[in-house]
Write a protein that binds this ligand. Structure first.
Ligand SMILES: [Zn+2]
Ligand SMILES: [Zn+2]
Length: 716
C-alpha cells in the first residue's frame, strides 16, 4: 500500500518499502562515479541488453563523432516523464538509466579533453508515469500546508502531485541548469510539489526568473527557484544564467508568471545583466520556443534587453515547449537550441572562441572534431531567423565564435557510439543500471505492463491519409462502435462523435498495455448523449463541428489548456496551444520510425530537421515520414439498419468536453435542445476516452497474446 505522508521536502517519505527504495536512489547514484572499469569499445552487443526489458535497440548507428569545443552542452527538454524510453520505437528505445550512464561518459570525456560540459533541461519533466497511477494506489494525500490554496476542488479531489514517483528517477542527472515548464503550473498541487521538492533537489541550479508561487507559510509570492545563477565552470568560464518561461497565462492562481516585457524592466534583472563580476557568457534558458518569430516565444525580448546592456557578451539560449528540433542564429555570438520532446532527442551544442581571461578550457580539444561554423544563418529558414527577428546583423566577421549543434536520437546505439572513447569502461554505470532497474520496478508496481491485447498493425496519427488503413482515425470508429454501448439503449441506432485532439500519440503495432492506453488516449472525457435526435439533424452535426470557425484552435487547446480536462489529466502536452494546426503535425510527422536490419547506408524513417545551420543537424540521418491533415472531429455509427437505410432517429453521443458546441449546432439546425436533454450515455466514473481502446483491445486484439511481436513503428 502506498501512503504519501506529506510532500514537504523534509518528509519526502512514502510508507511502502518500494518508495523508500526510490528515495534512496539519489544517494546511491551519486556515490559511485568511478565504479567502472577500463575502456572497451567493443561492448555494443552487450549494450543492447539494458534499457527496459521490452525495449528494442536501434539498428543504425551514427557515423559522425561529436564536435567538441571550449564549452559544450547536453540539452533535454519536454521529457514529459518518458523515462522508460519508447518501448516500441527503436529510434528512441533508451531509458533514463541509459542517459544517466551516457551523461557520465560525456562528463568524463569533457574532463579528459580539458573542456567544459554543461547539462541543461528546459522544463516539463517527469509526468507520464505519474498520471498512470491508479487512484487506488494513492489512498491518502495530506497537504495541510497547501490545502487551503488549492484552486477549486478542495482536498477530497486532490490529485497525486505530478512527479512524486518519477522525479526521483529524473533527479539522477547532474544538471547544471533547469527551468520550469508550463505544465508544472496548471494545478496547485503540482506547482507545490515542484516548489517544495523538485526545486530543492537542484537548489541554485533551478531557475525560474519569471515564475513565482504563493508561499503558504509567509503568504507572500516568492520565486519557485532562483531568479538567476551566476557561476564559474570547472574550467573558469563565468556564466550568468536565466530561466524564463514564455508568457504563459493558464497557470493556477497560486502562481504568477511575469511577462518577459515586464521582467526585463525589473531592477534585479538589469542588475543581473550588469552584474558587478565578470560575465563571459549569458546562458538564457527557458521553456520557451527558441525561434523568436514563433508565436509565444519571448527570446526576442530577452535577447534585445540583454544586447542593449551588454553588446559584446555571447548569449547562448536553450528553449523548449514546441517539441521540435531547432537551432537559431541570433547574431554572430548568439545562438539558440531546442531539443525536441518525449525523450526522443538529446541536444548537443558546442562552441569555441569565448574570450575569457579566466577560462582554462581548451579551445580546440585534440583527438576529436571541433566546431567550425560561424553563427551565420544558412538554413532554409534564414528569413525567419536573423532578419525578421529584428536583431542587429552585427559583426558576423568580428566574432571569433564557432559552433556546432547535433540532435541525437535517444537510443542505446547512439549513446554507445558517442560514449566510445571516453575514459570509462563499459557503457553502463552503476547509477545508470540502478535507474534502469528502478524504472522497471515502478512500471511493475504501477502495473503499466499489464497487457490488454496485441495491436496487429501501427495506427499513426498523421503519417497516413485520413480514412486509409493504418490511420488511427480510421480505427477509432470501429473501436467506438463496439465499445461505446449502453446496454439499455443497445438497440437504438447511435452516432458517436469525438474530437481527434483526444488522441495524443500513435498506436504502435505490438503489445497494447495499460501504459499504452495512457500514451495514446490520455484524457478522461465522458460520453454524453441526447436520445432520439432525428437522423436528419444528427447526421449534420459532425460536418458543422468540423467547419465551425475557430474550431481547430479550440480542439488543439483541448489537450493543452482546458482545465477540466487537466483536472483528470495532469500531464498536458503543453506545446500545441501556440502552434498552428499545420505546425502541430510537423513535429509528429518527423518523429519516430524504424526498420530492422538496415545497412548503414539505408535511411530509416525519423526526424529530418532543417534549421539555421542547414540540414545536417540530425545525428542519424533519416528518411522523412509524411504528414497528412486530419479532421478535428470524427464519428462512428452503431446499430444502424442492416439494409443500408438510415434510421428515423439516433442517440447522438458526444464527449462532455464539447457539449456546448453540439447544443449550439443543434439549435442552428432547428433543434430545440438544452442541457436538460443531455445526460451521460455511460457512467463517466467507469468509462471515458481512456476506456474504449483497452476495451476494444481486450475483445479484438487477443491473437498473439501473450507473445506479441512489436512491429516497425511509424514508417510511412
Ligand atoms: Zn512539452
Ligand atoms: Zn510547454
Amino acid at each position: 500500500m502506498i501512503h504519501i505522508v506529506d510532500w514537504h521536502p523534509s518528509i519526502k517519505m512514502l510508507s511502502s518499502a518500494f518508495f523508500v527504495g526510490l528515495a534512496g536512489l539519489l544517494s546511491i547514484a551519486s556515490a559511485c562515479d568511478n565504479c567502472y572499469g577500463p575502456l572497451d569499445s567493443l561492448q555494443h552487443s552487450r549494450l543492447s541488453r539494458r534499457m527496459q526489458p521490452e525495449a528494442l535497440n536501434a539498428t543504425v548507428a551514427p557515423t559522425r563523432p561529436l564536435e567538441w569545443g571550449q564549452l559544450n552542452f547536453l540539452h533535454t527538454t519536454d521529457t514529459h516523464g518518458w523515462l522508460e524510453g519508447h518501448l516500441k520505437e527503436q529510434n528512441y528505445g533508451a531509458d533514463w538509466g541509459d542517459f544517466v550512464s551516457f551523461s557520465k561518459h560525456l562528463q568524463q570525456k569533457a574532463d579528459y579533453l580539458g573542456v567544459d560540459l554543461l547539462l541543461i533541461d528546459t522544463g516539463e519533466q517527469p509526468c507520464r508515469l505519474m498520471k498512470a497511477i491508479p487512484a487506488g494506489l494513492v489512498p491518502l494525500l495530506i497537504h495541510s500546508t497547501t490545502g487551503d490554496l488549492h484552486d477549486g476542488n478542495g482536498l477530497s479531489d486532490a490529485e497525486t502531485p505530478d512527479g512524486v514517483l518519477s522525479n526521483p528517477v529524473f533527479e539522477n542527472i547532474d544538471y547544471d541548469i533547469l527551468t520550469i515548464g508550463n505544465h508544472e503550473l496548471y494545478l496547485a498541487n503540482v506547482a507545490y510539489e515542484t516548489f517544495f521538492n523538485f526545486s530543492t533537489v537542484y537548489g541554485d541550479k533551478y531557475i525560474t526568473s519569471n515564475v513565482q508561487i504563493l508561499n503558504p507559510t509567509t503568504q507572500e509570492f516568492q520565486y519557485i527557484g532562483q531568479q538567476y545563477r551566476y557561476f564559474t565552470t570547472k574550467h573558469g568560464l563565468r556564466i550568468m544564467a536565466l530561466g524564463v518561461l514564455y508568457d504563459f497565462t493558464g497557470n493556477t492562481n497560486v502562481t504568477k508568471v511575469i511577462k518577459a516585457a515586464d521582467l526585463v524592466k525589473e531592477t534585479w534583472f538589469t542588475s543581473a545583466i550588469n552584474y558587478p563580476q565578470p560575465i563571459d557568457l549569458f546562458l538564457v534558458t527557458g521553456h520557451n520556443p527558441i525561434r523568436p518569430t514563433v508565436g509565444g516565444s519571448t527570446f526576442g525580448v530577452l535577447y534585445n534587453a540583454i544586447r542593449k546592456m551588454r553588446p559584446s557578451v555571447p548569449i547562448q539560449a536553450f528553449g523548449g515547449h514546441t517539441h521540435i528540433r531547432d537551432f537559431v542564429v541570433f547574431d554572430s555570438m548568439s545562438t539558440g537550441l531546442e531539443s525536441g520532446r518525449y525523450c526522443e532527442t538529446l541536444g548537443f551544442l558546442s562552441m569555441s572562441g569565448i574570450k575569457s581571461s579566466n577560462s582554462t578550457s581548451v579551445m580546440n580539444p585534440k583527438g576529436v572534431p571541433n566546431p567550425t561554423t560561424k553563427a551565420i544563418s544558412m538554413g532554409a529558414s534564414t528569413a525567419t531567423a536573423t532578419a525578421s527577428a529584428g536583431f542587429p546583423s552585427s559583426s558576423a566577421n568580428a566574432s571569433s565564435l564557432v559552433y556546432s549543434r547535433r540532435y541525437l536520437d535517444w537510443n542505446r546505439l547512439t549513446f554507445a557510439y558517442h560514449a566510445a572513447g571516453s575514459q570509462d569502461g563499459t557503457f553502463d554505470t552503476s547509477s545508470g543500471l540502478e535507474v534502469t532497474s528502478d524504472i522497471t520496478a515502478i512500471r511493475k508496481e504501477l502495473n503499466l505492463t499489464a497487457l490488454y491485447g496485441c495491436a496487429p498493425e501501427t495506427y499513426c496519427f498523421s503519417c497516413k491519409p485520413f480514412g486509409t488503413d493504418g490511420n488511427i482515425f480510421s480505427l477509432l470508429p470501429t473501436a467506438l462502435n463496439i465499445t461505446v454501448v449502453n446496454a439499455t439503449r443497445a438497440t437504438t441506432p447511435r452516432i458517436i462523435i469525438i474530437n481527434t485532439g483526444s488522441i495524443r500519440f500513435d498506436l504502435i503495432q505490438g503489445p497494447f498495455t495499460y501504459d499504452d492506453s495512457f500514451i495514446v488516449s490520455p484524457f478522461t472525457d465522458g460520453f454524453q448523449y441526447i436520445p432520439d435526435v432525428p437522423y436528419a439533424t444528427a447526421s449534420q452535426v459532425l460536418g458543422q463541428l468540423n467547419s465551425a470557425p475557430g474550431d481547430a484552435k479550440r480542439s488543439l487547446q483541448h489537450s493543452d489548456f482546458d482545465f477540466r480536462s487537466l483536472a483528470g489529466d495532469i500531464c498536458p502536452d503543453g506545446s500545441l496551444g501556440i502552434m498552428s494546426s499545420e505546425n502541430i503535425l510537423k513535429p509528429r510527422s518527423m518523429t519516430r520510425g524504424l526498420q530492422r536490419r538496415q545497412s548503414a547506408t539505408t535511411l530509416t524513417p525519423g526526424y529530418t530537421t532543417t534549421d539555421d545551420f542547414g540540414k545536417d543537424g540530425d545525428d542519424t540521418p533519416h528518411s522523412k515520414i509524411p504528414s497528412y491533415p486530419q479532421p478535428e472531429y470524427i464519428e462512428s455509427n452503431g446499430t444502424f439498419p442492416t439494409d443500408g437505410s438510415t434510421p428515423e432517429a439516433v442517440d447522438l453521443i458526444f464527449l462532455d468536453y464539447f457539449t456546448k458546441d453540439v447544443l449550439s449546432i443543434l439549435t442552428t439546425l432547428g433543434g430545440k435542445y438544452t442541457m436538460a436533454d443531455v445526460s451521460y450515455y455511460l457512467d463517466p466514473d467507469s468509462f471515458t476516452t481512456q476506456s474504449y481502446l483497452p476495451a476494444y483491445a481486450k475483445k479484438f486484439w487477443q491473437a498473439n497474446v501473450p507473445n506479441c511481436p512489436t512491429g516497425e513503428g511509424v514508417t510511412k
